[in-house]
Design a protein around this ligand. Structure first.
Ligand code: HEM
Length: 378
């Protein structure tokens, strides 16, 4: 967190009050119950007003990309896209696209090979998201990831909008997806996001924005989380233990999400005067929901006590904007973790090196190398 946000993170982490007005930033909410109450109150708070995500993303992605919509249109678009995210649909998508790569990851680790997990996570997230949005997999490559990071990495809490130059740059990056996404829209395949949007009567332009939004929301969070989870397990001695005690896998994933909170902050704009704790907020003001602080309900990482359970997946949001991709994210996390744990049964594993990522929006590692641990087979 500190490497990604050297100024904002220490500043927010010092806040001990449940809600506090911070000049130049907005009202910062750090308490889980208050944070959830804001997310559930769509009459008083919106994602489309001043200081909210729409100010950041609408100039780049257009006005209809879920994360900058409210009301009936938002609900209808979610309803149309929902069949793509049922447990059966995401299970089949992940099996089709990642069955082979997960088996190869297991085999390489079991054979004693060292594997760089950030690149691995990137390849997996890219394969899944490309299929979901109807792009050829080679389009969402490492170069595009780096280009996307130059867009998201420029986002700072203190800057609610991008500068005109940043918007131009972001649109250029998104334009790299345009030709392929337009093709997916024209094909109208109902197994893809553009196909579903076309069925809904949305035009090509709107559909292209949504493709950009899915690539943005569905890749960086996961690519940041997967290596962090493995490091967390290795650091706490859980990597070896989980390999033989699989009943703790789901709580370990939840605890990992609680402790790391890959999407650390959510933003809302106030539409109606209301109170957050003892802070009165007025229309047009910004609310900064510091999920990474709200998730700190217990110290450390504890898959047995599983304090995460009481948070009801707050790390994926709550209410009408609850992460649409959560089932897909969970399927990918379970798949990659299983591959690592299956290898750990055959070969003790350890993290050999790691480097944090700097200047990024979603805190994570730039590189994590996992390989044979002490006592492993030569
Ligand atoms: C560990 C991984 C992930 C985390 C922690 C995460 C977190 C979140 C959070 C907190 C929100 C709500 C934001 C708000 O209310 O302001 C959200 C929304 C969203 N996420 Fe995720 N996400 C993850 C992975 C994914 C994936 C893999 C996809 C796509 C395939 C995805 C697609 C979306 C979309 C489309 C929205 C907007 C939903 C709406 O506004 O109606 N996310 N995500």
């Amino acid at each position: 967190m500190r490497a990604a946000h050297p100024i904002a993170y220490p500043m927010l982490a010092r806040i001990t009050r449940p809600a506090l007005r911070v000049p130049g930033i907005g009202t910062v909410v750090t308490d889980a119950a208050l944070l959830r109450a804001v997310l559930m109150d769509t009459v008083s708070y919106t994602k489309t007003g001043p200081g909210a995500p729409s100010e950041l993303w609408t100039p780049v992605l257009g006005p209809r990309v879920l994360l900058n919509m409210e009301g009936a249109d938002h609900l209808e678009l979610r309803r149309r896209l929902a069949p793509l995210f049922t447990p059966a649909a995401v299970g089949s998508l992940v099996d089709r696209t990642l069955g082979g790569p997960f088996e190869s990851l297991r085999a390489r680790l079991a054979a004693g090979e060292r594997v760089e997990l950030v690149a691995e996570a990137r390849r997996c997230a890219s394969a899944v998201i490309s299929t979901l949005v109807g792009l050829p997999p080679e389009v969402v490559d490492d170069r595009l990831f780096r280009r996307i990071a130059t867009v998201t990495g420029a986002v700072r809490l203190s800057r609610p909008r991008m500068t005109p130059a940043q918007v131009r740059h972001a649109r250029e990056v998104m334009a790299e997806l345009t030709g392929h996404a337009a093709e997916a829209w024209r094909r109208g395949d109902p197994d893809t996001v553009p196909g579903r949007m076309r069925e809904l009567g949305l035009d090509e332009e709107e559909s292209l924005g949504a493709v950009g939004a899915f690539v943005l929301t569905g890749t960086e969070t996961l690519v940041a989380y997967l290596p962090r989870l493995i490091c967390l397990l290795a650091d706490t001695g859980w990597l070896g233990r989980l390999a033989t005690e699989r009943e703790h896998v789901d709580p370990a994933i939840a605890e990992g999400l609680r402790v790391t909170t890959p999407s650390p902050v959510m933003l809302r704009s106030v539409v109606r005067e209301s109170c957050i704790g003892d802070v009165v907020v007025r229309p047009g003001e910004r609310v900064v929901l510091a999920t990474f602080l709200a998730d700190r309900i217990a110290p450390g990482f504890d898959p047995v006590g599983n304090p995460a359970a009481s948070l009801r997946q707050l790390w994926f949001g709550a209410g009408s904007h609850f992460c649409l991709g959560a089932p897909l994210a969970m399927a990918q996390i379970r798949g990659m973790l299983s591959a690592v744990l299956d290898a750990a049964v055959e070969q003790p594993l350890e993290v050999h090196s790691r480097r944090v990522a700097r200047g990024v929006l979603i805190p994570g590692y730039r590189s994590v190398v996992l390989g044979r641990g002490v006592g492993g087979r030569a």
